[in-house]
Design a protein around this ligand. Sequence first.
Ligand code: ADP
Ligand code: MG
Length: 233
Amino acid sequence: MEMQMLRFARVSKTFVLHTQGAAQLPVLDGVDLSLLKGECVVLDGPSGTGKSTILRMAYGNYLCGAGEIQVFHEGVWLDIAKAAPREVLAMRHETMGYVSQFLNVVPRVSTLDVVSEPLRMHGMEVDLAKSRAMALLERLNIPEKLWSLSPVTFSGGEQQRVNIARGFIRDYPILLLDEPTASLDGANRMTVIALIREAMARGTAVLGIFHDAVTRDQVATRILDVDQFQQAT
Ligand code: ADP
Ligand code: MG
């Protein structure tokens, strides 16, 4: 049975730059997409076409200008375009994970705490959450000597892997991935590909952006060209 998890209908987005005389930047128009359980839809298109904006609207970070963004959350459809802030937070807590392009680094919080937090916030006992985090950090080749440190001073590739570990530590029904492999070497990239495929096999619906064709071809069940949704100017 094909089960829909996320659906965009006629979504458009124009940025208004309030610090620049309310200049309007038209970006997306007529975005239609549907994401099924267990599949990976890859957003494709040149830089600046609005791929990251689509993920941010789905996560409720950016308001959607028009249209609907329906998320299958706890057995019912929730329109993120109209949802109250607490509904968006509940949706993120239960239903949707998001690996952003860059780690939002919190000073003085250890890597182990950064990665295990989603499990602890979901009620898992601390020691178990930490042991799960350790296993994932090990798999992503983050040296043990770094686990008690804040990722603030880590290299770009290390920060990206901490971010990936935090995104994959839980089994979210929907996972958004924004260029998770951009600054990784070949071996770590293969690990991330394996993590994505394992999540899909468990039924996670993945919506992703991948800059490299290798990763894209290893994970994509469908490729969606974002160029077709450019807003006419
Ligand atoms: P992509 O991920 O495809 O490279 P983005 O979604 O990041 O593209 O950006 C699409 C367009 O929207 C770009 O022109 C970018 O400058 C603009 N944009 C993105 N975020 C904002 C924002 N917060 N405010 C204003 N413009 C933005
Ligand atoms: Mg982007």
